[in-house]
Design a protein around this ligand. Sequence first.
Ligand code: TMP
Length: 210
Amino acid sequence: MLFITFEGPEGAGKTTVLKMIKEQLKQDGFTVVITREPGGSDISEQIRQVILNKENTLMDPWTEVLLYIAARRQHLVEKVIPNKDSNKIIISDRFSDSTLAYQGYARSLDIDKINTIQKLIFENYQPDLTILFDIKPEIGLKRILLRKNETLNRLDKETIEFHQKVYDGYQKIAINNPNRIHIVNANLSEKKVFNSVYELIMNLIEEKKV
Ligand code: TMP
């Protein structure tokens, strides 16, 4: 199994590129499983409803952390770990770096404490590769506002200062994990972003001999 995660601020185009990558890898003959966080399993999708519900304005920041981690635990146990010995490529739209960027850096919670909890629950479980979609918050937010039919969730509705902190947080996380995290410029055309992401994934496939 290869476990790959896509990370980045809102409106970075992760989900669109994920669909394109899935199609390409399938055409190449690989077995690909696409999943997302919070979500990816029935129970985790139910937790997602609670977390993102914009009526839940009273949610305590640590409750938020614990809900994301609960959703992640369930997702990991149901969707990722059972495939450990298979030759599948599992790609998750977000994973634990999101908790560090959004709850740790943007909500200014204690990063060491979040790391300690995640270590306890996930025993250092790390993706083989993480692709960070790099887009400035003002551009990303403009993109989601322009998308018709998109209802903003509780996190989308945070201030631009919050999203700037998410952005800065991701940059720090990337600096701290240079081997795992690769940054792609998400300002470029979809095709160019796709090409960069595809190249990174093919390099990993080559390296791990999948
Ligand atoms: P999505 O819109 O990319 O599906 O993600 C849902 C929102 O949840 C998005 O605003 C990012 C946020 N999020 C966190 O704040 N912490 C996390 O751990 C995860 C996985 C997502």
